[in-house]
Design a protein around this ligand. Sequence first.
Ligand SMILES: [Zn+2]
Length: 132
Amino acid sequence: MDWTYSCPHCDAALNPDVSIVLRADFGEKKMLVGLNPQPGNYEVELPPGEGMQPGSRWDFSCPVCDHSLVSELSDELCAIDMSSQGERHRVYFSRIAGEEATFVVSAEGMLTDHGVHRDQYLERMVHRKYMR
Ligand SMILES: [Zn+2]
């Protein structure tokens, strides 16, 4: 299955190859990270020698337009757009390192949810209209 991810603000493709490339900032630290495109897979590619301290809250932004990807839904979730098999969805994921919570939503509502920490966000996700 393939997934194409894009920035909800400038529409730039975020996974030119396989991984989703995002800018990640934490305090003075700035780097590009690669996220696995499969919802529910929490492998992260980091530059050599870099790490993400579990529990640290990262600011993810679009590497093309610099816009923050923090969602309007929750200060702890980021949102990016995904298209898969011709359908457009929005994917929300936790920006806390080590926290596993991902939600794939469409205009009709939640499609799938993933991760061992999803419960703390689930209620907020269910009671919302998701798309623009
Ligand atoms: Zn952008």
